[in-house]
Design a protein around this ligand. Structure first.
Ligand SMILES: [Zn+2]
Length: 653
């Protein structure tokens, strides 16, 4: 995992017109078998996804003021075909076509609207007594602004302009708050006393969850969301949860109030909301909402039209399938039978009290099945990589599409649940401390009788349609001989077929993006999103310094000892960074009596540095950073925090 990405472009396979494979006979058979046993032509979801449509953004094209394309659905016109191409799992194809239906939709006549298909997530607008209440203003400011304009140009143009009175952030993931700056400004929030309401623990989770491990998560997210793949029948079609990520600016605003763990009944702009805490399900801080007056249940991201992730492929802390199922059951007990419509922050609504009950029941059972089957088997000796092959689909998955693995899968959710209880190790000492992949791969190649023989075995597995085994074998070859062009191509072929067959958008994207990397056709991007000052400045200072410590080069800095005292005048904070034995320990709120150096710098200036808008030499020259004590020691210590490589290798050594 250490070869610099820039090397890759110079290697022989890079840029070679390596075409992706067609769907194999085995893949076509697998697609046909799945299509034959699922009611793929059930029209109900399509009717729900199109119901109440008022308007749409032409071509689904959103362009920022500076000309940057934030969202473009034109490249997805291939999804208009009703029959799945043989390179796309027919069930995922159905989901992708549903997620592609975009526009402004009336959910409850003249009371609740949704803007769907303009980001990974969905924005909801609710009529209050005097103004609008918005739930989850998308991932990026530009996408949210374009969605709001569509609402203003249609609903407001007809029934009159009204102010935004409140914004609800349903949970701590950025696709539910990052676009807030696109619909209101901080000045507006202060002046017009706009309420921003979030679940307890929101601020800490929203600004910290992805900071310490953000580098690796971002890199893996490019594979999982397919951001390094072109759209197409052999490329990115959907994520399962929504079409893809918008490519704009991710911002942040601090909530003005939070909902306690006990839940609450809130009156927001004259409208009553019954709020239930759902923290520790899909996100550490989350809530669901019921509006009695409209008999509408907003399930946020706790109930969606797919089996969600117990552990996302980009990496995250593992979630709790048991708690998840219990929260859904609590929703069912409290509102089941009364709620006439369920709407979420992804996907389309479900209308009719019986249908809402069925949705909640089936979703509850899907997560409970993940949890209980894992422990049923684990308590009889099954381990991480045995669980899924021993577990058939949940009965409910054969009849309710909303429980199918379009995003999370039964397979990796069971592994995640195993991890939650038992950790990464399966209990077998052969797996306790194996050789690193590159070392063991070289020995496997030698054992196989050389690269050509291993390649032949991999190709034979591909010919037999045994792609999982082919991937295991050929991955050894690529890790032993990363320059072996035939080995790379064969491994890419195995990944092609695994991707084509995958029902999960995340699995498909990951396999096909891996194949693109092997062929040198990966789209070179770090991320389509820019982090804004509002987001960076919201990161708590202790987290900021903990993140800095994760960048400390312990090998080069092992002889350093002493304390660097930071004083942040604008935020009135102090942090003493103790350095010793290759470890850097930030003590928040502590002032050291005898530091090596005292560094006085505004927190806002540190944010500039993080945003890449300021450099140290200039800041020292201008006096924006002042150093008392051993200036040289500070500078040489600070130089030992190299940024992580945002393009590190994932699927090759
Ligand atoms: Zn989301």
């Amino acid at each position: 995992m250490k070869r610099a990405w820039t090397m890759m472009a110079m290697l022989p396979w890079a840029g070679a017109a390596a075409a992706q494979d067609a769907a194999s006979e085995a893949t076509r058979t697998a697609q046909a078998e799945l299509a034959a046993r699922l009611p793929l032509d059930d029209p109900q979801d399509f009717a729900n996804a199109a119901r109440g449509k008022i308007a749409e953004i032409k071509d689904g094209l959103i362009v920022a003021k500076d000309g940057k394309v934030i969202w473009d659905r034109r490249a997805y016109d291939f999804l208009n075909g009703t029959a799945a191409p043989d390179t796309v799992n027919p069930s995922l194809w159905r989901q992708a076509r549903l997620n592609a239906i975009h526009g402004l939709f009336e959910v409850v006549p003249d009371k609740i609207w949704q803007l769907r298909g303009y980001d990974l997530s969905v924005m909801t607008v609710i009529r209050g007594k005097t103004g609008w209440i918005v739930v989850d203003p998308l991932l990026s400011e530009e996408a949210a602004a374009a969605a709001w304009k569509l609402f203003a140009d249609t609903v407001e143009a007809k029934s009159g302009k009204r102010p935004i009175k409140a914004i609800l952030f349903s949970h701590s993931h950025s696709d539910h708050f990052g676009g807030v700056g696109g619909i209101v400004t901080p000045e507006q929030v202060a002046k017009e006393k706009i309420r921003i309401i979030a679940p307890h623990g929101f601020s800490e989770e929203a600004t910290s969850e992805n900071v310490l491990a953000g580098g690796a998560m971002s890199r893996r997210a490019l594979y999982m969301f397919g951001s390094i793949l072109p759209p197409g029948p052999k490329g990115q079609v959907d994520t399962g949860l929504g079409p893809r990520l918008s490519a704009g600016t991710i911002g942040y605003m601090e909530p003005t109030e939070t909902v306690p763990a006990t839940g609450a009944t809130l009156t927001i702009d004259g409208l009553e909301f019954d709020v239930m805490d759902a923290g520790g399900t899909e996100a550490p801080a989350e809530m669901v909402l019921y509006i009695p007056a409209y008999k509408a249940l907003h399930t946020t991201e706790v109930v969606t039209h797919n089996l969600h992730n117990i552990l996302t492929l980009r990496g995250a802390q593992v979630r709790d399938a048991l708690r998840w199922s219990k929260v859904i059951d609590a929703m069912l007990l409290k509102w089941g039978g009364e709620a006439e419509v369920a709407l979420g922050s992804h996907h389309w609504p479900t209308w009719g009290a019986d249908n809402v009950k069925a949705l909640l029941t089936d979703q509850r059972d899907a997560y409970r099945y993940v949890h209980d089957r894992t422990l049923f088997l684990a308590n009889r000796g099954a381990t991480l990589h045995e669980l899924a092959d021993q577990t058939p689909e949940a009965p409910v998955q054969g009849r309710n599409f909303s429980t199918r693995g379009y995003y999370g899968t039964l397979n990796h959710n069971m592994k995640a649940t195993y991890q939650r209880y038992f950790g990464w190790w399966d209990g077998n000492p052969a797996n306790l401390n194996p050789l690193p992949p590159e070392q063991s791969a070289a020995k496997y190649v030698a054992l196989a009788g050389g690269a050509d023989r291993l390649l032949a075995a991999g190709q034979a597995a591909i010919a037999a349609g045994d792609y999982r085994w082919a991937a295991e074998l050929l991955n050894k070859l690529v890790f032993a001989e990363p320059d072996n062009a035939a080995g790379r191509e064969a491994l890419a072929s195995a990944y092609d077929q695994l991707g084509y067959q995958a029902e999960s958008g995340a699995w498909r994207n990951y396999y096909l993006a891996a194949a693109a990397t092997l062929r040198g056709t990966e789209i070179d991007t770090v991320s389509g999103n820019g982090q804004s000052r509002s987001f960076i400045s919201a990161i708590p200072t202790p987290v900021f310094f903990d993140a800095l410590a994760t960048r400390f080069d312990a090998a080069k800095g092992k002889a350093l000892a002493g304390t660097f005292q930071f004083v942040l005048p604008d935020s009135k904070e102090a942090v003493a960074v103790v350095v010793e034995g290759g470890v850097e320990f930030p003590r928040y709120g502590v002032t050291d009596p005898a530091p090596v150096a005292t560094i006085t710098v505004d927190r806002a200036t540190l944010d500039d540095v993080m945003l890449g808008q300021a450099q140290f030499p200039a800041l020292l020259q201008s006096g924006a950073i002042q150093i008392e004590g051993d200036r040289a020691a500070f500078l040489s210590w600070f130089a030992l925090h190299p940024p992580a490589d945002p393009r590190f290798n994932v699927v090759v050594p």
